[in-house]
Design a binder for this molecule. Structure first.
Ligand code: NHR
Ligand code: GAR
Length: 215
């Protein structure tokens, strides 16, 4: 079974979805550790309660991004992960770090990339007036939020939406597609070809989820 390490910065609802999928028998991985750059991250408690090693590395204690990234990589590599999963991790990672984990570093981003890379995606989607929004799981490359796409989910944007209602609708889809993407990786059903993700033949056309939900 593959080893994964999950990086978080906060609430940890995607972490919870991954743990729940594992517990339901839908995610054949060993969650070796959860690491947060913030001590107050709720997700650290969630990990502890689930009996998963939980670590905190304070980025503010390092003089540079590279120094923080080196300490982070050292902690991660103690667990020999096959895959590193960014689940609401809020620090941009340096090129050296990303190269070290090339092809085994995944992120979930709360927009339909390549639209709205970066932060405040739901607010920007509302300001832009788009009618469809969503989330993307991708492999991480040095260019922020531009790595090869694995799976996406789309939701409608409603006239009545606020940032809260829209982000909640997207988050429910995040909780479906992230365990799915990690499962495909765990089962060796994802390959990288010329900077694009190829799915195993039997999965072709399963990497898109259209949610009609209007809650
Ligand atoms: N690193 C690289 N090299 N490439 C990516 O695609 C990355 C990455 C690190 C994180 C997640 C990403 C997202 O899904 C991610 C993808 C943080 C920021 C950010 O601006 C932007 C995008 C993402 C994560 N962070 C601020 C910084 O200075 C800090 C913000 C904060 O602490 O609240 O690092 O959106
Ligand atoms: C999620 O919506 C995730 O997509 C987003 O932060 C939230 C984390 O929630 N990630 C980013 O914005 C990365 N910059 P969670 O902690 O409850 O999983």
């Amino acid at each position: 079974m593959k080893n994964i390490v999950i990086l978080i910065s906060g609430r940890g609802s995607n972490l919870e979805a991954l743990i729940a999928a594992r517990d339901a028998g839908n995610l054949p991985v060993n969650i070796a550790a959860v690491i947060s750059n913030r001590p107050e991250a709720m997700g650290l408690e969630t990990a502890q309660k689930a009996g998963i090693a939980a670590h905190f590395i304070n980025h503010k204690a390092f003089s540079s991004r590279e120094a923080f990234d080196a300490a982070l990589a050292e902690c991660i590599d103690d667990f020999s992960p096959d895959l590193v999963v960014l689940a609401g991790f809020m620090r941009i990672l340096s090129e050296g770090f990303v190269r070290h984990y090339e092809g085994r570093l995944m992120n979930i981003h709360p927009s339909l990339l390549p639209s709205f890379p970066g932060l405040h995606t739901h607010q920007r989607a509302l300001e832009e007036g788009v009618r469809i929004h969503g989330c993307t799981v991708h492999f991480v490359t040095p260019t922020l939020d531009h790595g090869p796409v694995i799976i996406q989910a789309a939701v409608p944007v409603l006239e009545s939406d606020s940032e809260d209602s829209l982000s909640a609708r997207v988050l429910r889809q995040e909780h479906l597609i992230y365990p799915q993407a990690v499962r495909w990786f765990a089962e060796d059903k994802l390959t990288l070809e010329n900077g694009r993700v190829r799915l195993a033949a039997e999965l072709a056309d399963h990497a898109v989820l259209i949610s009609p939900e209007i809650r």
